[in-house]
Write a protein of this length. Structure first.
Length: 488
């Protein structure tokens, strides 16, 4: 149940805010005043003196009292009452620009658009209204669907505060929503001409450019965004989040080496900054540098040993490395076994990742472990809807078992062939042991193996010998028996 506002507490808050507001005036003797603790207390620098007339003090006191009441209503989740108090606070001291900006933001967040419009209309009517106020008014008009008023207010913001990005951002968004791409580009180009912009301004503007990239416009946009990222880097900012945005931007415009360099420097200075190693690993994967990507993923696992995605990517890297036939069979088998281990860990940590089952089955097939493949595919079949890839890999596994059986029978002594399945009623010879789960009486799936293999063959033909699902590629070569495996 929401608590009632304590009048004494509200008065105490108002008194504290009032005292902080008084402290914003420049004291005598040239001493620097302490900054105000709240955004509502920060007075705009429109003059060197604060008005301490009785009417001005009474107006500010009234504003802070309403603001304090609004905070308490906000804590009680009483949105309408909070909005009303915030509005009264800002209207009582409409010349306090930081207060107006904060209250208008709160009103927008509470979806009290009409009250926000009333406040901003009054605030921008003052002769000294800044570009930030007009930018906020333009944003509000845009939210209300009043395009022309939004454009007019935003252009006024640009004219009054050309070094602030708020007006440009509004105009760019308005033109994007109305598909006026050329006009949007002109606005961004105008913003890029500011010579005294700081790094945050340049990075955000570059991000606005990259968000504008469309098919056919990429080559036009990338050089402009890259120039802004380079200008920002030349200013040598120290903020880690800003540096991370710059690295992201360099990666987005194709400068992966520069991005990797910045990520590594950030890791040296801020090793616990979240998401850095993941981004660096992604970057190395884009550069086909599996070794360095694996190093970052191993660090991720050390810090987060239950991260299934990291295990899956490590398994995928190991699987990819197993395709390097020039390194010899022992190396390939080692990498396949690593892939199987990583895929098994992924399934253990997150059994709902369907594509991992098929990746594991594919690696097991390459290790000639057909029965383990079938067990894996059975688990996937029990958990997920029927899929073509599951049936495809199932057919390959049955085919591999059949080929194994042919080889085993050829290697068995001649006299043993009469004891093999299909040759009389004698039990199988120890040289050829058919796994119990594949017996016709206990495993009905084997009855469908011929149908599966036929469906597999038809599908391979239709899709040009290649099936692709969830990043797995299965070629025609896998569906054909090895050379020398003829008929019995």
């Amino acid at each position: 149940m929401p608590r009632r506002i304590n009048p004494g507490l509200a008065l105490l808050c108002a008194s504290a805010l009032f005292l902080a507001g008084c402290g914003t005036a420049a004291p005598q003797g040239g001493k620097t005043a302490k900054p105000a603790a709240r955004a509502a207390d920060r007075r705009p620098a429109r003059g060197d003196k604060t008005d301490y007339s009785s009417s001005a003090v009474e107006r500010r006191t009234d504003a802070y009292a309403h603001y304090a009441a609004g905070v308490l209503h906000d804590l009680d989740e009483e949105a309408e009452s909070a909005a009303s108090e915030y509005l009264k606070a800002a209207l009582a001291d409409a010349g306090n620009e930081p207060l107006v900006l904060e209250v208008s933001e709160r009103l927008l967040r509470l979806k009290q658009n009409e009250q926000a419009l009333q406040l901003l209309t009054k605030a921008t009517a003052a002769p000294g209204a800044s570009g930030l106020l007009f930018a906020r008014l333009g944003l509000l008009y845009s939210v209300l669907g009043k395009k022309e008023q939004a454009i007019e207010a935003s252009r006024t913001a640009v004219r009054k505060s050309p070094s602030s990005l708020a007006g440009y951002r509004n105009l760019a968004q308005i033109y994007l929503q109305s598909a006026q791409y050329e006009e949007r580009l002109k606005v961004l180009d105008q913003a890029a001409k500011q010579s005294n912009a700081d790094a945050a301004y340049l990075v955000e503007l570059a991000e606005l450019y990259t968000s504008f990239m469309r098919p056919g416009s990429t080559e036009t946009i990338k050089p402009r965004a890259l120039e802004l990222f380079n200008r920002a880097a030349a200013l040598k900012p120290a903020n880690p989040l800003l540096l991370q945005k710059m690295a992201d931007g360099f990666s987005l415009v194709g400068k992966n080496d520069r991005a990797a360099e910045m990520y590594l420097k950030l890791l040296e200075r801020f090793p616990s900054l979240p998401g850095l190693r993941e981004k660096l690993a992604d970057l190395y994967l884009l550069q086909h540098d599996g070794k360095r990507a694996a190093e970052q993923l191993q660090e991720i696992i050390r810090n987060s040993p239950t991260n299934p995605q990291a295990y899956f990517v490590l398994g995928s890297i190991a699987y990819e490395e197993s395709n390097d036939v020039e390194k010899g069979r022992p190396y390939l088998e080692k990498k396949l076994k690593e892939a199987v281990e990583y895929f098994n860990k992924t399934i253990l940590l997150n059994p709902a990742l369907e594509r991992v089952y098929y990746a594991l089955a594919d690696a097991l097939l390459r290790l000639n472990k057909a029965q383990d493949t079938l067990l894996t595919l059975d688990k996937a079949r029990d958990r997920f809807p029927q899929s073509f890839l599951n049936e495809f890999l199932t057919g390959l596994a049955f085919g591999q078992l059949k080929i194994k059986g042919i080889h085993q029978r050829r290697q068995a002594p001649r006299g043993c062939r009469d004891h093999c399945p299909g040759h009389g009623n004698q039990p199988p010879h120890p040289h050829f042991v058919l796994p119990p789960r594949l017996d016709l009486r206990t495993h009905p799936e084997i009855r469908r193996s011929g149908e599966i293999l036929q469906a597999m063959s038809d599908a391979v033909s239709r899709f040009q010998c290649r099936v692709e699902l969830s990043g797995l590629h299965v070629g025609r070569a896998r569906s054909q028996p090895p050379a020398g495996a003829g008929d019995d």
